[in-house]
Design a protein around this ligand. Structure first.
Ligand SMILES: C[S@@+](CC[C@H](N)C(=O)[O-])C[C@H]1O[C@@H](n2cnc3c(N)ncnc32)[C@H](O)[C@@H]1O
Length: 297
């Protein structure tokens, strides 16, 4: 019996439902390169870039076809408008971060240690030892952007209960395999902080808040999730000038003054903002800040 060929668009649809965005994009890129006037495929490629949180690439693909996309024009225009909205966000789009870390998850632990000499979790653990003294234990801990559980591993001895939240299902799967956390949730941390009703003694975020520019919502959410007397420890990359700014690799940098002011507005007191080097890139230490915020009342 003769088998019918599966069209690249149908293959891409199947890959989308399997959650394999890199394969979807590769499939659609091949289809568009072979048949540039296939507007349904061009529009699907633009929308896939959007799903991956890459608005510039989405616009690059969609804008040229709008005048001649015929029945697909409306979807192309909607895609461009959504991409423009995404560009105005003052944080990395959820889809972008999920896609980035889903792709990176299998190699994350090896690459972070081997290539980047990654130390953010160790920096936070030293900060905790300095603040709480030894032997501190019995904390109800929430690890924001827990990834594969590298910070969780170091904080486990301090924990009565360890909860992790991360937007990447595949990073969560790696963390689950290590069996460090009592509970792991796949969610955007901004939404988790705003919607959860749970309270914690200690929040940690190792190298996670670099994906947010404006931190005021996160700080308000953190305060709401902390019990009075609770702590929020995190690392960021340092912005020497005031405020915050988007640096290379779509990671934000924050100044100490910005962190202090935004924390105070959210009802958190900054108890320490220390220089640190959370990773090494191209042979140079990345200038970072290790931050301790406290909820008094
Ligand atoms: C550089 S990794 C750090 C992971 C872990 N904290 C560690 O120290 O190894 C950043 C993590 O933050 C997560 N992340 C970034 N933005 C997020 C968001 N908006 N909501 C939830 N997780 C997020 C990513 O998926 C990724 O796992």
């Amino acid at each position: 019996m003769k088998r019918r060929a599966v069209s690249p668009l149908n293959r891409a649809k199947g890959l989308i439902s399997a959650g394999d965005l890199p394969a979807v994009i590769a499939e659609l890129q091949r289809a568009v390169a072979a048949t540039p006037e296939w507007h349904a495929a061009v529009v699907a490629l633009g929308r896939a870039w959007l799903k991956a949180g890459e608005p510039d690439r989405a616009i690059e693909v969609l804008a040229p076809v709008v005048p001649r996309a015929g029945v697909h024009r409306k979807r192309a225009e909607e895609g461009i408008r959504a991409a423009e909205r995404m560009k105005r966000l003052d944080r990395a789009p959820t889809e972008y971060v999920r896609h980035l870390f889903d792709q990176f998850s299998d190699d994350y632990d090896r690459a972070m240690v081997r290539d980047l000499h990654y130390r953010a979790p160790a920096v936070l653990r030293s900060l905790a030892d300095m603040l709480f003294g030894a032997p501190a234990a019995g904390f109800d801990i929430l690890d924001l952007g827990c990834g594969t559980g590298r910070a969780g591993e170091l904080f486990r001895p301090l924990a009565r209960r360890m909860t992790g939240v991360d937007v990447s299902q595949r990073m969560i799967a790696c963390a689950r395999a290590k069996d460090i956390s009592d509970e792991l949730t796949a969610a955007d941390l901004d939404i988790f902080l705003a919607r959860s009703r749970r309270r914690f003694d200690l929040l940690i975020a190792a190298d996670t808040l670099v994906y947010f520019g404006d931190l005021s919502r996160i700080f308000r959410g953190a305060r709401a999730r902390l019990r009075p007397g609770g702590w929020f420890l995190f690392t960021v990359e340092k912005q020497p000038e005031s405020g915050f700014a988007l640096g290379p690799k779509r990671r934000y940098r924050h100044s100490a003054e910005y962190l202090r002011t935004a924390a105070a507005k959210a009802g958190l007191e900054s108890m320490g903002i220390l220089d640190c080097a959370p990773r090494i890139e191209s042979g140079e230490p990345v200038q970072g800040l290790a931050v301790a915020l406290h909820r008094y009342g």
